[in-house]
Ligand binder design. Sequence first.
Ligand code: URA
Length: 239
Amino acid sequence: MSKLTLDRILQSQGFGTRKGCQQMIEAGEVSIAGACITNSRATFETEALEFVVYGEPWVYREHVYIALNKPANFECSRKPSHHPGVLTLLPEQFTWRDVQPVGRLDHDTTGILLMSDDGSFIHAQSSPKRHVPKVYAATTHDPVTPELVEQLLAGVKLHDEPAPLAALTCRKLSEHQLEIVLVQGKYHQVKRMLAAAGNHCTALRRSAIGNLTLDALELKEGEWCYLDEVQRALLVPGV
Ligand code: URA
């Protein structure tokens, strides 16, 4: 439990600088429990605090944990160069509170992307030691053969990688589609593994991280949602 002044609360939630938040409050743009609060030094218990800014309702969150269904042609980089960044798909408050993607998807890869402003969560989720399985549906240029699946399961040697990398599981979905589950998270890993096995990835979608599936979240491309504790608990190793 902690009590904070309203200007600090709004600042922590990504509504701008402290000064900007004070001006917003003094201009009568913030209300709590139906009452307009114009004193920026008024204090409130932050836990589960509901407030309205410019007519939009918000709930105080110490940290945010987000799943985005990333569309193609968005970059995960903090300084995108050729396409808009994924943060442009979220309310601008999240940029102010320094929400970042957890790991990266290529600009042309679609599917589930975690985002957060909690450094320990980002670190834990991206740690290679954690071996969180990530499930991808890859569309291939050439047909999916039993040999291709076998090679991906046995491990393929990638340039700059000391040891061959193997899929945790891999199965044919259709003539030109396979599901591959990886635990390593190397740069362009699916595309490079398919290329090393003699095929070519023409489209890639990440459908799950651990036991958290995009289907269960029911997000259309470009949509996002907060993840609660139960959903975050699904982001564990072991599918
Ligand atoms: N593997 C890739 O090749 N690209 C991604 O975006 C994710 C995994």
